[in-house]
Design a binder for this molecule. Structure first.
Ligand SMILES: Nc1ncnc2c1ncn2[C@@H]1O[C@H](COP(=O)(O)OP(=O)(O)OP(=O)(O)O)[C@@H](O)[C@H]1O
Ligand SMILES: [Mg+2]
Length: 233
């Protein structure tokens, strides 16, 4: 269970201080597919980075299964991410190497033997429609293909929590729908907690719950019960 309690994060950049995340509380339980919508600059990516322990809040706490992520040192925070988390970065953050190497990485870090890791990576790439691109390096992939590599990498080690930043932003609507259905089904079947950030209102058709963010402030929204098992909350 991911829990943020009264979390705030400021950026002291050029010019005035930006209150990127302002007194935000939210939770995501295992098996829950939660969406976070909001305009550009509203603080969505910052919120995910706080949940991942990549950024630390000025105020409030971030806990995962009771462990205080917001207080972890770098070593413990990276252990938390490696063991429990799949993160789809807004700008993908692919490593040098092939698509299969990228997707195998979380498995390798978890101690899976290279040959097994590559086999599992290729299976995961096939699930996102990239079975013919496993040996391409990032520069040889389209934007949407890179995005799907990033999604496969976030899911391959069956994490307990998936944080996905605009995971369908570079995909056509049909491919986007496939990815959202896959994420929702994995979430429900494997009891994964999913927090998905997006501009795309259609994502709410898949969501169990939804939040909206504006100028760093969060509010929970009623979502129309669609095809998903939504309606709770
Ligand atoms: N390192 C930084 N230093 C200063 N200001 C920053 C920094 N990173 C982000 N910001 C500011 O914080 C605010 C929130 O940024 P964030 O990236 O969380 O927005 P977002 O909702 O993810 O936007 P988008 O939909 O465009 O990805 C923005 O106004 C941004 O300009
Ligand atoms: Mg963002």
């Amino acid at each position: 269970m991911l829990e943020l309690n009264n979390v705030s994060k400021d950026y002291v950049g050029p010019g005035e201080v930006v209150h990127a995340v302002n007194d935000v509380s939210l939770s995501v339980a295992p098996g829950e597919f939660v969406t976070l919508l909001g305009p550009s600059g509203s603080g969505k990516s910052t919120l995910l980075l706080l949940a991942a322990g990549i950024l630390h809040p000025e105020h409030g706490t971030v806990t995962f299964n009771g462990d205080d992520v917001s207080q972890m040192n770098d070593h413990d925070a990276s252990t938390y991410r490696r063991k429990h988390l799949g993160f789809v970065f807004q700008h993908f953050n692919l490593m040098p190497g092939t698509a299969a190497d990228n997707v195998a990485l979380p498995l390798r870090l978890g101690g899976v033997r290279p040959r097994d890791a590559i086999r599992m990576a290729k299976e995961m790439l096939a699930k996102v429609g990239l079975d013919k691109r496993v040996d391409h390096i990032a520069d040889q992939l389209s934007g949407g293909e890179r995005q799907r590599v990033a999604i496969a990498r976030a899911l391959v080690h069956s994490p307990e929590l998936v944080l996905a930043d605009e995971p369908t932003g570079n995909l056509d609507s049909q491919r986007g729908d496939q990815i959202l259905s896959m994420l929702r089904d994995l979430c429900h079947e494997r009891d994964i907690a999913v927090l998905l950030v997006t501009h795309d209102e259609r994502a709410n058709e898949y969501a169990d719950r939804s939040y909206r963010m504006k100028d760093g402030h969060l509010s929970e929204v009623e979502i129309a019960t669609g095809t998903a098992a939504g309606g709770a909350g």
